[in-house]
Design a protein around this ligand. Structure first.
Ligand SMILES: Cc1ncc(COP(=O)(O)O)c(C=O)c1O
Length: 410
């Protein structure tokens, strides 16, 4: 028997849990840039969220060996013992922190780690404190999982870092997590030991608040910046901290989709419940490759770091030479997050007034054919993000074009 429903009921209706989550502005800009390229415009896209290096050969070889060995079936739900052991070794060797194997989880990218963790812990209306500018997915995942992102603006003057006073004020009885990302996508700002200590003091006073740290860009830091992860300085917070990391950025393995985390056993178990009904397990071949990444030679990381540093220095200097643009020197990652307040109120040669950072980045795309992402996509305006994970030639050309476009504003 046919259901008694009206035509209006038959149209597609998205679930309310995605009501506040739009299509990523970054993807939208990428799509526009691709369309312009197809029309024949020489667009340079400075939006990539991945290293422009290749995955090292020894990692690829390990994947091929895994296939030949027959490692092509489901693995243990939240990671093979070999990869968990490699992660344990990495945490001990590089971070000075000790996680048992049952305190470690492996997922299909750090993104799934975040998703598993929030899905496993957030009830409707639970709050997650997220400093802005933030990586868009941090907030979107919280919202999809029924949580409320409590966004705290952290300006360039504050080094784009959350202060203890801001954290103290933001905490309520509904706060479940504070989520910190160091070095940050999009600002490149990183928290030193001294930056973390006052935040740790605040957390000590609020035992109901858990700490999630996204250390994804750990290996991309400059100028002798000493990367540290909070559990190393505050072992007493280990029982309410999730230390998130992955192989994507350090080893140029974004397509292999492996992320990992260390955290309290009960949380790790709860995350496995989510994973078991989402992906069953991470890819067997990618896990074998990640063992090689974590246990293999690490010397190429320094060379890659140096290459990124040269590009960072070039971009920061070029941006700061443009009147009206101010760019803080980031400690890490491969992004600059420059202020464009000096461009607001100006008029384009076509007579359009630049009112927002979106207007400014639209102008750069249309006039200079350079695609960058407005700060509003990361919750802080007026700024724009450049990814310098691209060739020096493209960066030099893009900076020339941006400079010229800015000089034509009146
Ligand atoms: C801060 C941050 N965390 C996590 C991720 C996701 O990494 P994965 O490729 O492991 O899902 C990204 C990717 O852009 C990122 O920028």
């Amino acid at each position: 028997m046919a259901s008694n429903i009206s035509a209006a009921d038959a149209i597609f209706r998205p679930a309310s849990r995605i009501a506040s989550v739009g299509v990523s502005k970054i993807l939208a800009i990428g799509a526009r840039a691709s369309a312009m390229k197809k029309e024949g415009h020489p667009v340079i896209v400075l939006g990539a969220g991945e290293p422009d290096f290749d995955t090292p050969d020894h990692i690829k070889a390990a994947a091929k060996e895994a296939i030949d060995r027959g490692d092509t079936k489901y693995t243990a739900l939240d990671g093979t013992p070999e990869l968990k052991q490699a992660v344990k070794g990495k945490f001990a060797r590089e971070n000075g922190i000790d996680y048992a194997l049952d305190e470690i989880t492996i997922a299909t990218g750090a993104k799934q780690i975040l998703f598993n963790a929030f899905m496993a812990t957030l009830d409707q209306g639970d709050e997650v404190i997220i400093p802005t500018p933030y990586w868009t997915s941090h907030s979107d995942i919280v919202e999809i999982c029924g949580g409320v992102s409590k966004l705290i603006p952290c300006s360039a003057d504050a080094g784009f870092r959350l202060t203890a006073a801001q954290l103290e004020t933001a905490i309520t009885p509904k706060t479940r997590w504070v989520l910190l990302n160091s070095p940050s996508n999009p600002s490149g700002a990183a928290y030193s030991r001294d930056d973390y200590l006052p935040l740790i003091e605040v957390l000590e006073r609020h035992p109901h608040v858990w700490l999630m740290v996204d250390d994804m860009y750990e290996h991309i830091v400059y100028d002798d910046f000493a990367f540290v992860t909070p559990v190393a300085i505050a072992p007493h917070l280990k029982d309410r901290t999730l230390t998130v990391n992955g192989v994507s950025k350090a080893y140029a393995m974004t397509g292999w989709r492996i992320g990992y985390a260390g955290g309290p056993k009960e949380l790790i178990k709860a995350m496995a419940v989510i994973q078991s009904q989402a992906t069953s397990c991470p890819s067997s071949v990618s896990q074998a490759a990640s063992v090689a990444a974590l246990n293999g030679p690490q010397d190429f990381l320094k060379e890659r770091q140096q290459s990124f540093k040269e590009r960072r220095d070039f971009v920061v200097e070029a941006l700061n030479s443009i009147p009206g643009i101010e760019c803080r020197t980031p400690e890490g990652a491969f992004y600059t997050f420059a202020g464009c307040a000096g461009m607001l109120g100006k008029t384009t040669p076509a007579g359009r007034r630049i009112e927002t950072d979106v207007d400014f980045t639209d102008y750069l795309l249309e006039t200079a054919h350079v695609a960058v992402v407005p700060g509003s996509a990361f919750g802080l305006s007026p700024y724009f993000r450049i990814s310098y994970a691209t060739s020096k030639q493209d960066l030099a050309e893009a900076m020339e074009r941006i400079k010229k476009a800015c000089s034509q504003l009146s």
